[in-house]
Ligand binder design. Sequence first.
Ligand code: ADA
Ligand code: CA
Ligand code: CA
Length: 252
Amino acid sequence: MKPFLTALIAMLALPAFAQLEAPAFRIEGETVRVQETIVVKAGKTFDGRLPDGRWTRYVAHPKKLGSGSQKEGQKPLFLLMPGATLKHVILDKPSADGIHVVTARGKTTRIRGIQIRDVGEDAITIMKGSDKGTVLIDDCAFLKATDKVIQINGTATVIIDNCYAQNFGRFVRTNGDGPNLPYRVEIDDLKARNGQSILKMSNSKARATVSDVLYTNVDDVTTLSRGAKASVRNVEKIGKHKGFFRKIFASF
Ligand code: ADA
Ligand code: CA
Ligand code: CA
């Protein structure tokens, strides 16, 4: 292709791509190899930020917690009890079954500012039996998930705000086998790159809102069946300009 055409395409495509950049990689401080799940008690805060501003990096002991493969039944690195907060931690390979969350009515559990650099079996699980609490997941990044990132097995309201996901199967999945619980999911300000589905729900009473999403190379924004419903607003596929111009210039 002629150089000026390449330059023109790059100019047109670049501003769009710039919006979907990965968040800054945090510089890690010390690494902790977790042999036994770290429990954050109800209402308590666990902050992995070190005095010099770096974040602590956690990896699983593969024999004690799990290798981070797709095998079910692995243990989490962190277990958050109702109203707990987890922030400023890096989870890295192997991250086993990530973070488990137990909620309770009237309580808000927070996962704020964490980076999972290599998602294990999954990254965050809202545990079965969690009853109508709220889980707020914000300013987080999730990389390299073989399949699911956020697995919802309990009836909490799960709010996912200002997050980034790269390489995944399903970013959010409500339990596929269980009863038709009234799951609630809100996804806002998400950037997603390379995946199958941002939200998959197959439960008759599951409801979701999905808004302000930028994505590229994701097959489906929502995958809904058996009466699950989602309202979707302001979702933009990045890279369509490139495809459009590629088609036009392909005819030269
Ligand atoms: C699978 C399984 C669910 C649940 C989930 C999880 O999807 O079918 O029942 O166990 O994994 O929480 O990892
Ligand atoms: Ca699983
Ligand atoms: Ca799991």
